[in-house]
Design a binder for this molecule. Structure first.
Ligand code: ACO
Length: 322
């Protein structure tokens, strides 16, 4: 039976960095508050006119070059994003055209911060069933476009960026299992409560922005991520000590620390980029993965646990041998 294995990773961050001190000039906040409550020190912000597809393209080209494949070897493109360039075509189709690939399936996945785990899981199924051999899976966001820059409870948290992986058919173990969940009853706790169909007037006025009951989300995230760690280990008959690296969604250092504690894992084995990137939603896991791989922290053959929690609520995990 063939596996889907990560062949290479890539990432891209916009040039402009916004520090906590910069934010002190925009809203009533302090570097100390943001650092203590979230671990975030800075985040990157896309330039005017720079789109999610621009970020996705740069990350994808990085991954393609690192994998040493031709773009035309790719026969599936999935982009996880909450901030697509257009209502349609999908960002995946726009990316396909940029990469001069024609004909293969290309579509977006919308699961907010869990988007990359969802996309990876779908791509794995395509590969395992023989529908695809080489998939490009991207998480890319320009969240700065849906931030209310007057709301200090949310604007300090998010950033822009993109990460990508090339997933390829292999006889060697790669992705061992993925676990996806959602519960729409929590839709109001973390949302952009307007779009092209619901409250189109707010959307047209540029008032479709993130709202969040942070404290409620925090508690749910910690409990839910604890449960999904157990579910993932049980499915694979593994112990906590079998995990070499935790690659978590980068929302808040305190949520990450709680999951590491649940795994009885020292922070030395947890990939942390939240201080540098903020919460980049669907881009956060592939960005963190690329940083850890390119800095030679994560090595071939190691066992990685990827996990995420986000709007919906959605949550999910992927256990893989790198
Ligand atoms: N600067 C200074 N003070 C602030 C700020 C700020 N930026 N933001 C809020 N405060 C104040 C609040 O007004 C409140 O003041 P009060 O006590 O006078 O009312 C106080 O700080 C405490 O606010 P809380 O919301 O209780 O702070 P908390 O410790 O919960 O931290 C945070 C807030 C960081 C948002 C946290 O709740 C969190 O990380 N939540 C989860 C976020 C998350 O994981 N989201 C999921 C993924 S995101 C996605 O899917 C798109």
């Amino acid at each position: 039976m063939s596996y889907a294995r990560i062949l290479a990773t890539g990432s891209y961050l916009p040039e402009k960095a916004l520090t906590n001190h910069d934010l002190e000039k925009i809203v009533d906040t302090t570097d100390e508050w943001i650092t203590d409550r979230t671990g975030i020190k800075k985040r990157h912000i896309a330039a005017e006119g720079q789109t999610t597809c621009d970020l996705a393209e740069a990350a994808a080209r990085d991954a393609i070059e690192t994998a040493n494949i031709k773009a035309t070897d790719i026969d599936l493109i999935i982009v996880a994003t909450t901030t697509p360039d257009r209502i349609f075509p999908s960002t995946a189709c726009l990316l396909q055209e940029r990469l001069d690939i024609h004909g293969c399936a290309a579509f977006d996945v919308q699961a907010v911060c869990t988007g990359f785990v969802y996309a990876l899981s779908v791509a794995e199924k395509f590969i395992k069933t023989g529908e695809a051999k080489t998939a490009l899976v991207v998480g890319a966001e320009t969240l700065s476009r849906i931030i209310n820059w007057e709301d200090r409870t949310t604007c300090v948290l998010f950033g822009d960026g993109a990460g990508a992986v090339i997933l390829q058919e292999s006889d060697e173990p790669g992705i061992l299992s993925t676990h996806l969940h959602a519960d729409g009853k929590y839709k109001e706790l973390l949302t952009v409560p307007a779009g092209v169909s619901e409250h189109p007037e707010l959307f047209a006025q540029g008032k479709a922005k993130i709202t969040m009951l942070g404290n409620e989300v925090f508690k749910m995230a910690v409990n839910t991520l604890g449960r999904i760690v157990d579910e993932t280990l049980a499915k694979n008959n593994m112990q906590k000590s079998d995990i070499d690296w935790l690659v978590p969604h980068q929302a808040n250092i305190r949520i990450i620390q709680a999951t590491a504690k649940k795994l009885k894992m020292g922070m030395d084995n947890v990939v942390v980029t939240v201080h540098e990137h903020g919460n980049t939603s669907a881009a956060s896991i592939p960005l963190a993965l690329d940083v850890a791989v390119k800095s030679n922290c994560i090595k071939r053959g190691e066992i990685l646990l990827l996990e995420a929690f986000g709007g919906g609520f959605t949550w999910g995990s992927a256990l893989l041998k790198y």
